[in-house]
Design a protein around this ligand. Structure first.
Ligand SMILES: Cc1cc2nc3c(=O)[nH]c(=O)nc-3n(C[C@H](O)[C@H](O)[C@H](O)COP(=O)(O)OP(=O)(O)OC[C@H]3O[C@@H](n4cnc5c(N)ncnc54)[C@H](O)[C@@H]3O)c2cc1C
Length: 490
């Protein structure tokens, strides 16, 4: 920390993994912390996230004979992100992420017994170093809440719920001195701070702001995150002249289902999504776009390939087309959720009743329901059936060609590209101090977590665990460094 801090509370805005860990780090370091959260509860996106973490050189890896270290983790992050990360910040996090996993371990984290594992939802690491709890991200939240409650009891942390921060307050020198907050939806009040940490998460639930960063053709992308992600921290910092990245990078999650009761949103990921990874389910279907055409090999083991192909399709929409035989012969349900409550029996029943699944006696009728040209869909299915017969998919090189699609009734599940993570965010230096357009730090203002934009840690791809783990790791680091700067050992 290169600034002289005056005494006073550290005000942290937002209580997701970034804010909670910053509060824990700061309070354990002896600082007085006020944690402001606009919702009725702490936890942020941990309430729905899959909760995958990554870290190398952990106790749990050693116990299982897995040889790993942060350098190899970092090399994998660079490979998967195509080198488009912020190298200094990514290394700062990756080199400490094993410690974060060990810290959870020391605090009795209920690891899923299969961890550390290779997780196939995104491009896989070269070594098993992904971890999650038995209750996914809720397992993380449980530990963080417990740690925080000890600090609340010790009088080091005050948590203000229903406290919506609206503005950053500065003094005559432009130094951030506090925040203006609306508590319980009532009159706004000022809260003075020695420093303010923005841990407000991303902007993906704010379509207007999100579409400023997304490529033009991706405007129909669904919202797959919780409503709190409205980009408040980014907007408040930008008002003070903070620099914001604009990398033009976007990669959606594929497989999420439109929620017909909430236009523009996806069905909650915890309830259901379409499992597309061949490591978990071999495809018995084809994927077609709104023109009735296939656009990628459905058995690709490369998630990035299918995600990039999807954003080139009209309305970033994909219909998963299958027939009765695919249902009858599959043992693995097409729909899944993290808690594993979708069995094949439940899926078979859902095919008859679910509003997410379109059914029709013939392919032509199915196409009409989907507002696709029937002749185009019939031709695509015929082509695919020829590939099954010959064993050669000349268009896309698909290798898994189990059965012709010909036994009615026919079915479609529609999936639309979904954003779950904000790619851009406020720029910070290696102290995590927010910087202006000239790269100068804005005194008194720091940021951690998804408000930085996930590009910092994942470049133009998804990298396993590289959002929650950096938020936690750098949150704790930032909190403890600020505590030292505020209370230097005499
Ligand atoms: C479906 C889904 C699955 C995911 N799975 C994974 C995964 O497996 N692994 C992974 O690494 N990442 C995953 N992520 C991403 C990850 O959950 C987030 O990137 C991470 O939670 C960000 O942490 P954060 O603390 O920065 O923000 P958040 O968790 O979003 O928390 C921000 C908090 O700030 C509060 N806040 C915002 N504005 C204000 C304001 N003005 N005043 C007061 N409070 C405010 C919010 O209410 C919220 O509580 C997933 C995301 C989704 C949506």
């Amino acid at each position: 920390m290169n600034e002289n801090l005056e005494r006073g509370p550290i005000v942290i805005v937002g209580s997701g993994p970034g804010g909670l860990c910053a509060a824990i780090g700061a309070a354990q370091g002896g600082a007085d912390v006020i944690l402001l959260e606009k919702q009725a509860h702490t936890g942020g996106m941990l309430h729905i996230a899959n909760g995958e973490l990554s870290g190398a050189g952990t106790k749990r890896q050693r116990e299982r004979g897995i040889d790993d270290d942060p350098v190899r983790h970092y090399d994998d992050v660079v490979r998967i992100s195509h080198g488009r990360i912020n190298h200094e910040l990514a290394w700062m996090s990756v080199s400490r992420q094993g410690e974060t996993v060990d810290w959870l371990d020391e605090n009795h984290f209920d690891f899923d017994p299969t961890c550390p594992a290779l997780a196939h939802g995104h491009e896989i690491y070269s070594i098993p170093r992904t971890y999650w709890g038995q209750d996914h991200a809720i397992s993380i939240l449980r530990i963080l809440k417990k740690q925080l409650s000890l600090l609340v009891e010790a009088g080091r942390v005050r948590i203000w719920l229903h406290s919506d921060v609206r503005e950053l307050l500065t003094d005559e020198n432009g130094r951030v001195r506090g925040v203006r907050v609306s508590r319980d939806g009532k009159l706004e009040e000022e809260v003075a701070a020695s420093v303010v940490i923005l841990a407000t998460g991303g902007y993906d639930a704010n379509p207007e702001l999100r579409n400023q960063f997304l490529p033009e053709n991706c405007a129909s992308t669904l919202i797959g995150c919780l409503n709190h992600a409205t980009g408040d921290g980014l907007l408040m910092a930008r008002k003070l002249g903070a620099a914001v990245s604009s990398d033009g990078i976007f990669l959606p999650v594929m497989g999420m289902i439109p929620d017909w009761s909430r236009p523009g949103h996806a069905v909650d990921y915890n309830d259901a999504f379409i499992e597309l990874a061949p490591a978990y389910r071999l495809p018995r279907e084809i994927w077609v776009n709104q023109n009735g055409k296939r656009f990628v090999r459905e058995d690709t083991p490369n998630p990035e390939l299918r995600e990039r192909a999807l954003i080139q399709q009209p309305d970033v929409t994909c219909h998963v087309i299958f027939d009765q035989k695919a249902i009858d012969t599959s043992t693995v349900p097409l729909i899944r959720n993290p808690s594993g409550t979708w069995t094949q029996e439940r899926f078979v029943a859902a095919c008859k009743t679910s509003p997410w699944i379109t059914r029709a006696a013939t392919l032509a009728e199915l196409a009409e329901e989907l507002v696709i040209d029937p002749a185009a869909l019939i031709e695509t299915v015929s082509e695919y059936n020829r590939a099954v017969d010959t064993g050669v998919d000349k268009d896309f090189g698909r290798l898994i060609l189990p059965d012709r699609i010909e036994t009615g009734p026919f079915y479609a599940m529609t999936s639309v590209a979904t954003s779950v993570l904000s790619r851009d965010g406020v720029l910070v230096d290696t102290d995590l101090a927010v910087v202006d357009q000239e790269g100068r730090s804005i005194p008194g203002l720091y940021a951690v977590g998804e408000v930085l934009g996930n590009n910092v840690f994942a470049g133009d791809n998804f990298v396993g665990g590289m959002s929650i783990t950096p938020a936690m790791t750098l949150g704790r680091l930032l909190g403890s460094k600020l505590a030292v700067a505020l209370n230097p050992v005499q």
